[in-house]
Design a protein around this ligand. Structure first.
Ligand code: PLP
Ligand code: COI
Length: 359
C-alpha cells in the first residue's frame, strides 16, 4: 500500500487535550484520518492520510438509507518504556472482514487494516495519552457510498479510520455498575446481524438504553429474542458470571458480538486455573445464584469498557446486589492481568501485543 500523506502546517494542528483522566470517551478527535475507496473497476485504491474533516457523500448513499455500515474498536497503549502497543489488532481486522461479508460489503483486506492503523497511529503518536487507564481509541469504519435507492449492496465503499484519546468509558470508572435486565426490547436475534459489528445493532439498542439510563442504570443487559430467558450481552460489552472458581459466559449463539476482550478473558482465566463454561445461561439461574450466594461476581468485557465490575442487576423491578456491590477478587485479578499485558507492564505469554513504534 502506498499511503499518500497530506501533512498539515504545524500552526494548523489542534492543541492537545488537558487533563487526560477527564477525557471520557470519543469526544476529542485527532488531527488526521485515514481514508481508502473501493470501486468495482479499481478495487481498493487511493489510500490517504489527510486532515480529520467532514465527509462528502451523496444523499442517496446506501449507508444513509439502508445502514450498510460496519465499524471496529481497538486501542493504542503507551507503555512506560515508550513503546506503542496494540492489542490483538489482527482479530479486529478479521472481525471487520466477517462483518463486511455478513452485510454484503466489499471486505477490507486485513493486511491493509493493519498497515493503515500502524501508519496513522505513528503519525498521531503525540495524541496517545499516558495517564493510567488512558489510551488512543481507534475507530475503523466502512460505509456503502454508491448513490442508489434500490435495495442492493452499494457498488462503492469508503473505509476510514479516526482516532480519539480516551479515559474510562463509564463515568463510574473501575467501580461496580448497575445493569437493567431488559425483558421487553431485544437487541438481536439468531439469524440476524447481532454478531456483526454494524451500526444498526446499536441504533436498535438506543431506546432501551435511554430508558435504562433515565432510571439510573449504566447499561442494559440483553436477553434472547425468542424467550427473553437467556442472557446475551450488555450494550457495549460481553458478560461473565463468576461461581467461585468457575466462570460462565454466554456462548457465541450468533446474536451476540464475538468480543476480542471476551476471547482474551476466557484464555486468561483458563491459564489462571479457572474453569470457563461458554454456554446458555438463563436469567433465572443468575438470580438464583445471587440469592443462594453461589454467584460470587459478575463483570463485563470490551475494548472501551475493559473489564467492568457489575454491582447490581435490576430484573422485573427488583434490585439484586452482586458481591454486595463491591469489586470482587476474580474481577480485580483478571482486570489487572489484562491491563498489565495491554500496557506492556508484564511479559505477554500469549503473543497478543504488537509493538508498532515508539513515542
Ligand atoms: N458487545 C458489544 C455489543 C460491543 O459493542 C462490544 C464492544 O466492542 C463488545 C461486546 C466487546 O467486544 P470487544 O471486546 O471486541 O471490544
Ligand atoms: C468498543 O468497545 O470498541 C465498542 O465498540 C463499544 C462501544 C463504544 C460501541
Amino acid at each position: 500500500m502506498n499511503i499518500k500523506i497530506e501533512k498539515l502546517p504545524e500552526k494548523e494542528l489542534k492543541p492537545l487535550f488537558g487533563d487526560p483522566s477527564q477525557l471520557g470517551f470519543g469526544k476529542v478527535f485527532t488531527d488526521y484520518m485515514f481514508t481508502m475507496r473501493y470501486s468495482p473497476g479499481d478495487g481498493w485504491s487511493e489510500p490517504k492520510i489527510s486532515k480529520y474533516d467532514s465527509l462528502t457523500i451523496g444523499p442517496a448513499a446506501v449507508v444513509l438509507h439502508y445502514s450498510q455500515e460496519i465499524f471496529e474498536g481497538l486501542k493504542a497503549y503507551a507503555a512506560e518504556d515508550g513503546r506503542i502497543l496494540l492489542f490483538r489488532p489482527e482479530e479486529n481486522g478479521k472481525r471487520m472482514y466477517d462483518s463486511a461479508e455478513r452485510i454484503c460489503m466489499a471486505p477490507f483486506p486485513v493486511e491493509y487494516f493493519l498497515e493503515s492503523i500502524n501508519t496513522l497511529v505513528n503519525l498521531e503518536k503525540r495524541w496517545i495519552p499516558k495517564a493510567p487507564g488512558t489510551s488512543l481509541y481507534i475507530r475503523p469504519t466502512l460505509i456503502g457510498v454508491g448513490d442508489a435507492l434500490g435495495i442492493h449492496p452499494a457498488s462503492e465503499y469508503l473505509f476510514y479510520i479516526i482516532l480519539t484519546p480516551v479515559s474510562a468509558y463509564f463515568k463510574e470508572g473501575f467501580k461496580p455498575i448497575r445493569l437493567y435486565v431488559e425483558d421487553y426490547y431485544i437487541r438481536a436475534v439468531v439469524g440476524g446481524v447481532g454478531n456483526a459489528k454494524t451500526g444498526g445493532n446499536y441504533a436498535a439498542s438506543l431506546l432501551a438504553g435511554a430508558k435504562a439510563q433515565e432510571k439510573g442504570f449504566s447499561q442494559v443487559l440483553w436477553l434472547d429474542a425468542r424467550e427473553r430467558k437467556y442472557v446475551e450481552e450488555v450494550g457495549a460489552m460481553n458478560i461473565f458470571f463468576v461461581f467461585g472458581k468457575k466462570i460462565v459466559t454466554p456462548n457465541l449463539s450468533g446474536s451476540i458480538l464475538p468480543g476480542i476482550t471476551r476471547k482474551s478473558v476466557i484464555e486468561l482465566a483458563k491459564s489462571h486455573g479457572y474453569t470457563v463454561e461458554e454456554r446458555m445461561i438463563s436469567i433465572d439461574e443468575v438470580i438464583a445464584g445471587i440469592k443462594d450466594g453461589s454467584l460470587t461476581e459478575s463483570f463485563g468485557s470490551g475494548t472501551a469498557a475493559v473489564i467492568s465490575p457489575v454491582g447490581s442487576l435490576n430484573y422485573k423491578g427488583e434490585d439484586y446486589l452482586v458481591n454486595n456491590n463491591q469489586v470482587g477478587a476474580v474481577t480485580q485479578e483478571l482486570y489487572t492481568k489484562l491491563v498489565d499485558i495491554q500496557y506492556g507492564r508484564v511479559k505477554d505469554p500469549f503473543g497478543w501485543i504488537k509493538e508498532i513504534g515508539r513515542i
